[in-house]
Design a protein around this ligand. Structure first.
Ligand code: SAH
Length: 218
């Protein structure tokens, strides 16, 4: 139970992390505030807690990682979340990114491919009192039963942009997805202007664990 204790030391480290993210170019005060408010160490294995406020990715079990804080901030900033928006996340992992979206007022639907991680994170978020809609399965086909979404975020590296995700976006919606090879990806931001018209922007230099499943890596 000790894990869910937020001390002055943790709060201080978190403020320093936020300053570091600001220095690295994150501008959204709402995003920085959410990161400042959410104890990242809660989402860590107890053996790794002392590293929770380093700007690095760390293992969360099942060969997966909690994304680097800069990456979480960058993706969240691109999504431009407004309170009340319906957001789909592919790759629940530790639940950290999903909880940041929730703190920004989104209704979060999130899907995880690894059964064990899905179960652990479901148990953990319940204990934390955070209400996300959690699903187990392959997210490369999206989550059609709750579509359309205002925003969609993919937190694993994809070989291509799955068509289903663009289809499940509302007009005016935004999809943020890392696309590249197994080791390096560019962050792709897709804005759906109309059913046929999309705007694509790219930002280089990211490294995610691979997106698996039907439209992912085999
Ligand atoms: N957003 C997470 C980051 C987790 S890493 C966090 O905040 O901790 C990426 C996650 O994507 C891993 O947990 C991995 O199991 C999951 N994943 C990979 N392929 C997937 C797929 N096809 N559908 C859903 N989740 C997938």
């Amino acid at each position: 139970m000790l894990k869910l204790e937020d001390t002055y030391l943790h709060k201080g480290k978190r403020r320093a992390l936020v300053a570091e993210l600001r220095a690295k170019g994150i501008k959204s005060e709402r995003v920085l505030e959410a990161i400042n408010n959410l104890p990242r160490h809660f989402f860590f294995d107890s053996a790794l807690i002392s590293h929770a406020y380093e700007d690095k990715a760390f293992p969360i079990g099942e060969g997966q990682t909690i994304s680097q804080p800069y990456t979480v901030a960058f993706q969240t900033e691109l999504l431009d979340i407004k309170s009340g928006e319906k957001v789909l996340e592919i790759g629940t992992g530790s639940g950290y990114q999903g909880t940041i979206l929730h703190l920004l007022g989104a209704e979060v639907f999130t899907i995880e491919y690894q059964k064990k991680l899905f179960e652990n994170t479901q148990r953990f978020l319940k204990r934390l009192g955070v209400e996300l809609h959690l699903f187990y399965g392959d997210g490369t086909g999206g989550l059609p039963q709750h579509a359309p979404y205002d925003k969609i975020i993919v937190t694993a590296g994809a070989p291509v942009v799955p068509e289903a995700l663009i289809q499940q976006l509302k007009i005016g919606g935004i999809l943020v997805i890392p696309v590249g090879d197994r080791k390096r990806q560019a962050m792709v931001k897709i804005t759906k202007k109309s059913a046929k018209d999309i705007i694509r922007e790219e930002f280089d230099g990211f490294a995610f664990v691979p997106l698996l499943g039907k439209e992912g890596w085999k």
